[in-house]
Write a protein that binds this ligand. Structure first.
Ligand SMILES: [Zn+2]
Length: 550
């Protein structure tokens, strides 16, 4: 018996020795399953691309075919964004980028330059403006856009994706005029389309061709890998997007891992024959859930609040679904074996989603990892309801730093206690997954980690942090972008840490992220990104001085 075992072990060793790789001399940083920082020195990657074992610095170096000396550089598990919009980020990379515009004139100048550079674009699409950053904070109008481009449709999304401005040609293409009535759950004002009204224009934009989608798929992967993201949950995958992801998988060009959540019940029925998918292409693509919306966003006053907006007392925001509708849709998804991820920003929306999940847990059990996406403004009385109902809080640290001044206007201070309340959620033992909501925010997870530990933006504002009692520790923050995000996607046995049996997804960064201050943490540069034991991205030498997060 003993001889057989030895022979078997020798056989296994010799076969894996064909292509196994020792990665050593690393300043490895990860979080263990108890949530503690667990430094590591090295690990062996098997020829299957998975971690075979961790290696300590005080043991004899294992014999492997290949070895990589990291010379003490800092290594982290590949980071996971628990809430992004994959194809939207890809298209954003190809479209007119209006992030950081400092004024309407700045937007107009960028639009003019883009229109001249893209004379053949049938529609001019852009995204990222935020009038809150402009001197007069006035929303743009159709006339403002007509003044620059009037010969073809223009459609420019606000940074939060919950409002967009159209020019007159876009409205004509969609067949209506400035005085067209707003649909329920939406609003139209001088060419500004909010929430449900946006689909009136968006449904008329020519669908991207498969070639355009493939270009977006390539672009988004470069963006993700360059910022250290090896995986992301795609919140609201459309059928044509699912097709593009599969094309990349079939072609072998899918490098990142995508945890897909179908966009609504129609999306659920249209994708993959109405069933969750297997883990495809070496665990690089999986459809496991359905994304629904309970309300809009705070910036456009679409978030559904229990009390009226402090700065617009005639509205509580927008309720997207009645209780009966939400229950019916959630039931349809849960009965089909899907996980649920429901967007809720306002405290009324969060209460509605919690109640829905409480009902689902009574029917399906509380181990289905129901997710609330954003969980941004919660009534403190509702937060303790999450844990018993088996709910995960999927939150985005950089939303807090981007939103805080706006949130202070939309809500009075007494209603901010349960806003972006990460530490309250942690203390209650509620599972947290962190993400960015890209392209709403930059996909770069390092400003997210920094915001999580500091409640400060990239520039250290505000001093001392915004409601600093809601800061989380570095290990909690890192867990949110690794193990927590994996758990929220039912992927914790595959990714989220460099543990035996999981994929060797890791990144090499330029500083010890566990020791630097939040400002330096936010500016961490990724040097190399590896997926399944293969190097898939390396920082180009020319970009050595670049420090921009976006
Ligand atoms: Zn989102």
């Amino acid at each position: 018996m003993r001889t057989t075992l030895i022979a078997l072990t020798a056989l296994l060793a010799s076969s894996s020795a064909l292509a196994d790789t020792l990665v050593y001399n690393a300043n490895g940083i990860q979080v263990d399953r108890f949530g503690h920082l667990a430094p590591f020195y090295g690990f062996v990657v098997g020829d299957d691309g998975k971690v075979a074992r961790l290696v300590r610095d005080d043991e004899p170096r294992p014999k492997t075919t290949n070895s990589i000396d990291l010379k003490g550089r800092t290594v982290l598990p590949g980071l996971i964004d628990a809430h992004g919009h994959v194809m939207a980020l890809g298209f954003t990379a190809l479209q007119l980028d209006l992030t950081g515009t400092t004024s309407l004139a700045d937007l107009q100048a960028r639009l003019k330059a883009y229109a001249e550079a893209n004379p053949n674009a049938r529609w001019i699409l852009g995204r990222g403006w935020n009038q809150e950053l402009w001197p007069d904070k006035r929303f743009p109008t159709a006339a403002d856009i007509d003044a620059v481009v009037s010969d073809r449709p223009v459609w420019l999304g606000r940074v939060d994706g919950h409002a967009a401005i159209a020019n007159s040609a876009a409205m004509q293409a969609a067949g209506f005029a400035l005085n067209t009535q707003s649909p329920s759950g939406g609003r139209i004002e001088n060419g500004l389309f909010v929430d449900n009204a946006m689909s009136l224009i968006e449904s008329r934009i020519p669908a991207p061709t498969p070639a355009e989608q493939d270009a977006a798929m390539a672009a988004v992967q470069q963006k993700m890998l360059a910022t250290g993201l090896t995986a992301a949950a795609d919140m609201g995958t459309a059928p044509d997007e699912w097709a593009a992801m599969n094309r990349a998988g079939e072609a072998g060009t899918l490098k990142v891992r995508i945890l897909s959540y179908a966009g609504g019940i129609p999306g659920m029925k249209a994708i993959n024959g109405g069933r969750p998918s297997d883990w495809l292409y070496g665990d690089r693509l999986h459809l496991g859930g359905v994304k629904l919306y309970a309300d809009g966003a705070l910036g456009s006053r679409g978030a559904w609040l229990k009390q009226p907006y402090a700065d617009k007392p005639d509205t509580h925001g927008l309720q997207f679904l009645t209780d009966a509708q939400m229950t019916e849709q959630a039931n349809a998804a849960a009965a089909g074996g899907y996980q649920l991820a429901i967007h809720a920003i306002g405290d009324a929306a969060n209460a509605q989603v919690i109640s829905t999940y409480e009902k689902l847990s009574a029917t399906y059990g509380n181990d289905r990892r129901w997710r609330i996406e954003h969980f941004q403004i919660a009534d403190p009385a509702d937060i303790p309801r999450l844990k018993p109902a088996g709910i995960i809080a999927s939150m985005q640290p950089t939303h807090q730093t981007s939103d805080r001044l706006m949130a202070e206007k939309r809500l009075d201070p007494s209603r901010l206690e349960g806003a972006y309340a990460w530490q309250t959620v942690e203390k209650l033992g509620i599972p947290i997954a962190f993400g960015s909501d890209f392209p709403v925010e930059s996909p770069n997870p390092f400003p997210g980690l920094a915001a999580a530990v500091s409640r400060q933006d990239m520039n250290g504002q505000p001093p001392g942090g915004w409601y600093p009692e809601q800061r989380v520790s570095f290990e909690q923050a890192l867990a949110g972008f690794t193990r927590g995000a994996a758990y929220a996607g039912f992927a914790e046995t595959r990714i989220g840490g460099l543990d035996p049996g999981k994929w060797a997804d890791f990144i090499i960064v330029d500083r010890d992220v566990s020791k630097v201050d939040p400002q330096a943490l936010a500016r961490t540069q990724v040097l190399e990104t590896w997926v399944a034991g293969q190097k898939v991205w390396e920082k180009p030498p020319s970009a050595a001085g670049a420090e921009r997060g976006r």
